[in-house]
Ligand binder design. Sequence first.
Ligand code: PHB
Length: 392
Amino acid sequence: MLSIMIRGLGGAAAFALLAPTAAVAQEPVKIGLILPMTGPFTSTGKQITAAVHLYMQQHGDTVAGRKIEVILRDDAGNAEATKRLAQELIVNSHARIIAGFGLTPLALVAAPLATQAKVPEIIMAAGTSIITERSPYIVRTSFTVPQSAKVTAEWAAKNNIGKVVTLVTDYAPGHDAEASFTEHYKAAGGQVVAALRVPLQNPDFAPFLQRAADAKPDAIFVFVPSGPGAIVMKQYVERGMDKAGIKMIGTGDLTDDDILPGYGDVALGIITAHFYATAHPSAANKAYVEAFKKDNPGMRPNFMSVGGYDGMHLIYEALKKTGGKDDGDTLVEAMKGMKWESPRGPIEIDSRTRDIIQNVYVRKVERVGGELQNVEFATFEAVKDPVKEEKK
Ligand code: PHB
């Protein structure tokens, strides 16, 4: 019996899998998984650890003769903690790969450590464009915010939304969302009448929504990171903005599938663009959602979970390609250009940028079988990070 351990969360997170006994000649490949498991971004940590657990349950804990050991650490969304934990994992625990990174500042703070130690840093969550440019050892399986913001802009401009107020969380991915939405919306003939930014910590959207309402736009474009979407929605309805005919649109972080079931009917009809929905209609996703729900009763997988699931796939497949060699340069080379079918659809690691290329879907919130879902109705295929494409 081989045991698959996710260390760091105590007994609850440790699990075992029945498998034939095998002599493992080499050292295990240790993966330091750093995520917010407490604090306001716990949902991201829970979704990703659930997906990592599921991947290992389905694919075993040995790849190319190397045992895989995941060491989980909680940074509570605090960049100082991320830095300290990444250092400890690399130096003391001899982690050969670091992974996770629930928010942009957490991904950025680990970048110089990845470079110095030549350790791959796999971004399973954070979405600011610039992240992959901060170290040649960074590879991303999540998304870039501009991928979704650009598609939202192009869809809005073509669908009778002529005047918009943007409302974003005031940190790097929010700035990316604002810049990308504005650029592509204006290029398609739209007008942005106000650009509002809300603090990341303890956000109160009410005064900003009031200012947005006063500008009488056709729609308000919202970017918030996975988590506070429910508060924005509640305050938007409280101000009667829906009844005043001001639509709400945004990147799919707003209608995050993890929290969407709690929104109620006010969410019906919201249009967003994003790379993954629980309701994505493919055989691969149906199998994924079923297995995820079985392994995690009461939860449904959101877009963060697939970043974790595909991150593990990337690591496993890279190790297969290198025959178990785990030095950073060899692993990153093996990861470049890799393609596979994810629960979200076809994906690829851009060999030029080490960033993800994926479909972005336009979706509408509908009730399906009694449950609120993001129902996809249009597809923009093989979208590269627009910001890095423009820098070429
Ligand atoms: C980020 O901090 O990069 C981030 C986090 C959550 C999101 C989007 C972006 O939903």
